[in-house]
Write a protein that binds this ligand. Sequence first.
Ligand code: MRU
Length: 338
Amino acid sequence: MKMNSLALQYDSGKLLVLDQQLLPQKEQWIAVNGPEQMADIIRALKVRGAPLIGVAAAASLADWGLKTKPSPSDFLSTALMLRESRPTAVNLMNAIDRLLKVFDKTNFERVGEEAQAIFDEDVALCEQMAERANDFIQSGDGILTHCNTGGLATAGRGTAFGAFSYACEKGKKIHVYADETRPLLQGGRLTAWELGKNNIPHTLICDNMAASLMAQGKVQSVFVGTDRIALNGDVANKIGTYGLAVLCHYHKIPFYVVGPKTTVDKECFTGKNIPIEQRSDEEVLGVSGAFGKVRWAPDTTSVHNPAFDVTPVDLITGIILDGKYFSQKELKENALSK
Ligand code: MRU
């Protein structure tokens, strides 16, 4: 296996991931020694973003398989442990299931080849999404986005973020408004960092500033990524996405979702069936990480901290899935089931 992306590298039997908890203050790589460590890294959001957690989990499982040649039952239990490290992004389950499908105790190379294929496909799918999404971007647009959907969330140039970098490469003049994305600030820490690295004109806003920006006419479209797409077109993404879609509806602004086919859950018929990860109170009571530890709420405060919400298809203008575009009408006619 050989992998090289913004946040993941594999070469000569060495798996490295960029510690996203420390960004943007520190660019520090972690050497990953086995699936248990990778599961901890994924739970801690040191590696995050739906496509990337699938790619990273697959790479670590294949690497461990190649090195230790585990028994079928050990391979299965380790695969299931990784599969359960986060519950909402279906890319993780889809990637692990692909490795389980090709598992052969006499040929671990095959598992390595599949992990490589998952990585390579994600890079290619990012290019397809970016090219297709570019059709919905006009020069001069102000585009609002949520969470982080770039090279830190995928093996390639990203989902929604990929559309922004592609549009800029094509000479379009856009301005990206990045929601800081409470509670873990993937927008403020990661998207702002990536926008800067790519020289994309941008402004960081707090999540509660989107409505007033829209009212001022500064936002021509909203583009977000997704962690799971149900067959009826409902979409799970980072908490706060649903609120943005409601705001778009009121302000008559198009709301686009960009995702690869690995984000579609063929067994999930509606968004109501998407499991939503609940995370620790600590993330809302204060912050900790590269910025130190600060607690601003009383210790005894009761907290609600879902990591994702579901945006119903009624609020989605369209989904860019790989190189294809599905309008709300097509989604409602069950285009994703065909
Ligand atoms: O909790 P995270 O940071 O893994 O959440 C990530 C998102 O919600 C992204 O928008 C999503 O994974 C799709 S973008 C590749």
